[in-house]
Design a protein around this ligand. Structure first.
Ligand code: HEC
Ligand code: HEC
Length: 244
């Protein structure tokens, strides 16, 4: 679903008293036909109902076309922050934290959403609408934010996750995660920061590597590693990482 479909879907579904300010209200129309029904069954509608009023206000105001001239900061304020948080520490676990992730890694992922090597119903259309010249500024903005930690709920699980993360399991050919992502989970240009990330997101990504759903150029190692992990190990390592 592209921006045009989203905009016409919204217009078909909702009555906006002030068309530029859906955040201030917009009521679902009672006579909701074709375009609207398509839109309602899309992830965009769910996003709208959850928390993306600011994104949609940006969309409806037509400022996406003006993205060329917008600075990275303006894009963050008007668009990215609705899901990832203004300081890159999203509160909703569906949306990854971007704070403190290396700028080059963020740029690479944005390119992969555009090329289709990494697929997301939400990020793919967003990345495609951005001017690639903005990627660097966006990566630098989020890279410069201070990353926050999550909360460990199960200490025992986190302890077994720590063992796997720091030491791997030689017998089963599982390399130590710390060998690439660093012992603190801070990562580097090539290896993303994992420390403090939402566990739901970490689990989802590891499952996506394991099923080859996430298959970008840099994903070969992770696809191999995750095929050797059980569901419980994936959960344990995520429980550990969120607390770093
Ligand atoms: C409507 C919500 C939403 C908005 C707005 C949004 N994102 Fe995302 N973003 C997501 C979701 C969901 C994911 C996880 C995708 C997946 O499952 O792979 C994501 C993932 C990412 C990733 C990959 C992170 C990683 O650790 O690999 C980057 C980079 C990113 N977004 C950048 C941005 C930027 C830059 C903007 C603003 C221009 C933005 N996003 C706007 C929802 C959003
Ligand atoms: C040989 C190096 C290497 C090892 C070992 C490794 N990783 Fe990775 N990992 C990577 C690379 C490279 C990426 C980025 C993949 C991409 O660009 O799609 C990555 C990505 C990830 C991501 C996705 C992060 C995000 O923000 O979307 C998670 C989660 C992850 N690794 C967890 C682990 C865990 C857990 C282990 C140990 C069991 C591990 N990795 C071992 C290289 C490695």
């Amino acid at each position: 679903m592209g921006w045009t479909d989203i905009r016409s879907g919204l217009a078909a579904c909702y009555d906006f008293k002030q068309s530029n300010q859906p955040a201030k209200g917009g009521t679902l129309k009672s006579d909701c036909g074709g375009t609207c029904a398509n839109f309602q069954s899309s992830p965009w509608h769910t996003g709208f109902l959850i928390q993306t009023a600011a994104v949609l206000s940006f969309l409806l105001s037509g400022s996406v076309q003006a993205a060329d001239s917008a600075t990275a900061k303006a894009l963050v304020v008007n668009l990215c922050s609705a899901c990832h948080g203004l300081d890159g520490n999203s509160t909703d676990p569906k949306f990854p934290k971007l704070a403190g992730r290396h700028p080059e890694y963020l740029v690479r992922e944005l390119k992969e959403f555009v090329s289709g090597a990494r697929k997301s119903d939400i990020m793919t259309p967003i990345a495609k609408t951005l001017d690639p010249d903005e990627f660097k500024g966006l990566g630098e903005y989020f890279g410069a934010q201070k990353p926050g930690s999550g909360v460990v709920l199960d200490q025992k699980m986190a302890a077994s996750g720590m063992k796997l993360y720091q030491d791997g399991d030689e017998e089963r050919g599982v390399p130590a995660c710390s060998g690439c992502h660093s012992s603190t989970g801070a990562g580097s240009k090539r290896f993303p920061r994992l420390a403090g990330q939402h566990k739901e997101y970490l689990i989802q990504q590891m499952q996506d590597f394991r099923s080859d759903a996430r298959s970008g150029a840099g994903s070969r190692l992770m696809r191999e590693v995750t095929k050797r992990l059980s569901d419980d190990e994936i959960k344990a390592v995520a429980e550990y990482l969120t607390g770093l």
